[in-house]
Design a protein around this ligand. Structure first.
Ligand code: RM4
Ligand code: MN
Length: 392
């Protein structure tokens, strides 16, 4: 097996984008629990995201959700982030919380509603120009609840037209990223339910339109690493929304429910050239993002745990001896090849990663360092008054 020393450098420069909404209160449809220290402003969310980066060195950017993170002056927000040592990242649009969107947004049968949804996305691109963001991420709640309720084909055609209008406005250095989800909030059909539909829609737009794979957005049992392989093969894997799930779109901490699945996904990313630092040319176009909620646990440690989980599984996936694997695959050695993969998966890299961090001036144990830092107590004491932020 490859040694940790041989892969240590490939961990440098790993970047995982944090979602601003992970720092606000969130919950299920039954209850949103408030927690002490929760941000009351976008600026406070960014300060918390910057804290995760300070303790881990892994999270240099933070994604915004519009209108949840709407401010008057995005250039000032960009400066605020940069002063704290992070940058603003993906801009996520939101067409799922307005009464007009009850029957959909970009695929709606009414041209007025479609226009409103398109205009929202154009406004998001204005935000991107001010924040310096590369990606516009579109996730649509569009769909229907009952067979016969909607014209499935008509909606697909209207979606294509709406996306084309938005794509025209995207700058040369920007990308349109289309996320799919197999159900929820619509229960019968979703207009972008799977990677194939997302791929078909973005392929029709052009080179700067790509797919976002949210790990929680598949039917149970789906082989997600196969989709990763295929999208990389097609040059259309734009980004990940990492999280983990036991049942539906649980948005739990990535790697918590099924660490082996995360390992398998990261192995395909690396093998397919989607992992920047591991690439011979040193960069990749695949963005690693978290899309999670911390409903009952503290949010900042929740995010620290998450980026560490991704780093740990990346290290293990890098340990796979790919030459040995190929040789065994090609000699038809079923269990030998399987064994090479499992050897890497079962390797405990935590001590090596602690040393790796110390060599780079980071705390060996970021979870403990955060707990001992006093930051949590300080925000709990300071952030009184005002309204805590949640999903809307
Ligand atoms: C959706 C989807 C989007 C995220 C929202 C909050 O289910 O995963 O990526 O922005 O939730
Ligand atoms: Mn998502």
């Amino acid at each position: 097996m490859t040694s940790f020393a041989a892969i240590a450098d490939q961990l440098d420069g790993q970047a995982i984008e944090l979602p601003s909404w992970a720092f606000g209160n969130s919950g299920t449809r039954f209850k949103v629990f408030g927690s002490a220290g929760t941000p009351r402003s976008v600026e406070e969310k960014i300060a918390d995201a910057a804290t995760v980066h300070r303790f881990t060195g892994l999270a240099p950017t933070v994604a915004l959700h519009i209108p949840w993170d709407r401010v008057d002056d995005y250039a000032a927000l960009r400066k605020h982030a940069e002063d704290l040592g992070v940058a603003l990242g993906t801009i996520n649009s939101n067409t799922f919380q307005d009464d007009d969107y009850k029957l959909g947004s970009l695929a709606h049968h009414d041209a007025k509603v479609r226009r409103k949804a398109i205009d929202h996305h154009l406004a998001c691109v204005d935000v991107m120009d001010a924040t310096g963001s590369r990606d516009l991420k579109i996730w649509l709640a569009d769909g229907s609840n009952y067979p016969g309720q909607a014209d499935l084909r008509g909606r697909q055609d209207r979606l294509a037209e709406s996306l084309a209008t938005i794509y025209e406005r995207i700058g040369d250095d920007q990308r349109l990223v289309l996320e799919y989800k197999f159900f929820e909030p619509a229960f019968y059909h979703t207009d972008v339910p799977d990677w194939g539909t997302s791929y078909a829609q973005v392929a029709a737009l052009g080179e700067r339109a790509v797919v976002c794979l949210d790990t929680g957005h598949h039917a149970p049992g789906t082989n997600i690493e196969f989709i990763v392989m295929q999208l990389l093969r097609l040059g259309k894997l734009g980004s990940f929304d990492f999280n983990s799930r036991f049942y539906a779109d649980d948005d739990l901490i990535v790697g918590a429910a099924d660490p082996f699945q995360l390992f398998r996904i990261l192995f395909e990313v690396i093998r397919g050239g989607g992992y920047g630092p591991a690439n011979p040319d040193g960069h990749s176009d695949v963005a690693f993002m978290l899309d999670q909620c911390h409903n009952i646990e503290d949010k900042i440690p929740g995010q620290i745990r998450s980026v560490l989980n991704v780093q740990e599984m990346t290290a293990r996936a890098l340990l796979v001896d790919r030459d040995a694997l190929t040789a065994l695959q090609e000699s038809g050695d079923v269990l030998g090849a399987h064994g090479v993969l499992m050897d890497a998966f079962y390797t405990d890299v935590r001590a090596d990663l602690a040393a790796w961090r110390e060599e780079r001036g980071l705390p060996a144990d970021p979870m403990r360092a955060y707990a001992e830092s006093g930051y949590q107590a300080a925000i709990e004491a300071d952030r009184t008054g005002g309204t805590q932020l949640s999903w809307n």
